[in-house]
Design a protein around this ligand. Structure first.
Ligand code: C2E
Ligand code: MG
Ligand code: MG
Ligand code: MG
Length: 280
């Protein structure tokens, strides 16, 4: 009987595995088609100065405008794009759209020519040799000044191989772009490495922002992160701000910038333009 159960378990496992593989292959085929069809678009979420609520920049967030499924969120396609290597092409398209859109806005709204655009770089993109020349050529082609592009790389990715990461970050820094550690607090960082990385900014993960209201200890954790970042001369962005209380707390802790639904959800390009128009 025991043998039987084992065998069944094995069958179930194989069936699940097979379904998983079939699903990845199906999504991969669909992703390729979508990439060729230009179905991926950058949406833009405002990032504001916490001191006065003024606009500081935007983060570009990928959306899949799928012909049958409608607007698909990154949670559903980034992991498979990463697994299949298609993230390299996808990331390039988003980077290109982000830089050219920001440069357009600078020209159209000269009062906003200080705004910068943050773009997410995945693990596979980060280790790909083509990333550095690609960023360089996109900046050249779109005309965006390098210091108005910020690349967000997660803490987990930069901590995987700190020697190699330091080299790559220095090469990127050499292009004149800004660098940000994303999802800070969800992985393991050591102060000595943070100090060696040529970072400009640290983004506190939204899970910390959410937990702040639960206890004073959680507030103290956020205070410690902000103070540590400032002592390493990093600017601090808090992501996922949804309430005024969270905003007020973060401001009182001297957090520099904020991003979250309290201000705005990520917006399609046309709505982001309306936002700029309404403010100017
Ligand atoms: P992330 O870079 O940490 O981006 C922040 C996520 O938090 C976004 O989710 C954003 O919509 C969400 N968010 C912002 N404010 C709030 C809030 O107040 N409340 C809540 N609940 N959520 C908020 P999104 O757009 O679903 O993206 C998820 C993740 O997918 C991103 O996390 C990033 O890691 C990845 N991603 C998105 N676009 C790209 C891309 O173009 N390239 C790469 N490599 N990854 C991307
Ligand atoms: Mg990000
Ligand atoms: Mg983040
Ligand atoms: Mg995050």
């Amino acid at each position: 009987k025991a043998k039987n159960t084992g065998k069944n378990r094995c069958l179930i496992y194989n069936k699940k595995m097979r379904e998983g593989i079939i699903n990845v292959v199906a999504v991969e085929t669909d992703l390729k088609r979508g990439l060729n069809n230009g179905e991926f678009e950058a949406h833009f979420q405002p990032i504001v100065n916490l001191s006065d609520g003024s606009l500081y920049g935007f983060e570009a967030l990928a959306r899949w405008n799928h012909p049958e499924r409608g607007m698909v969120s990154p949670g559903e396609f980034i992991p498979i794009a990463e697994e299949t290597g298609l993230i390299v092409e996808l990331g390039e398209q988003i980077l290109d759209q982000s830089c050219s859109t920001m440069n357009e806005w600078h020209k159209q709204y000269p009062e906003y020519d200080h705004l910068n655009i943050a773009v997410n770089i995945s693990a596979k993109q980060f280790v790909e040799a083509s990333l550095i020349p690609k960023v360089e050529s996109i900046l050249k082609e779109t005309g965006l000044p390098p210091n108005q592009l910020k690349l967000e790389i997660t803490e987990t990715v930069v901590m995987t191989d700190v020697v190699e990461s330091t080299n790559r970050l220095n090469l990127l820094k050499g292009l004149g772009v800004l660098l940000s550690i994303d999802d800070f607090g969800t992985g393991y960082s050591s102060m000595s490495y943070l100090q060696k990385f040529p970072m400009d900014q640290l983004k506190i993960d939204l899970s910390f922002v959410r937990r702040m209201e639960e206890s004073t200890e959680n507030i103290e954790i956020v205070r410690a992160i902000i103070n540590m970042a400032h002592s390493l001369r990093l600017r601090v962005v808090a992501e996922g701000i949804e309430t005024e209380r969270q905003r007020d707390l973060l401001y009182s802790l001297q957090c520099d910038y904020g991003q979250g639904y309290l201000y705005s959800k990520p917006l399609p390009k046309e709505s982001a333009v309306e936002l700029l128009q309404s403010m100017s």
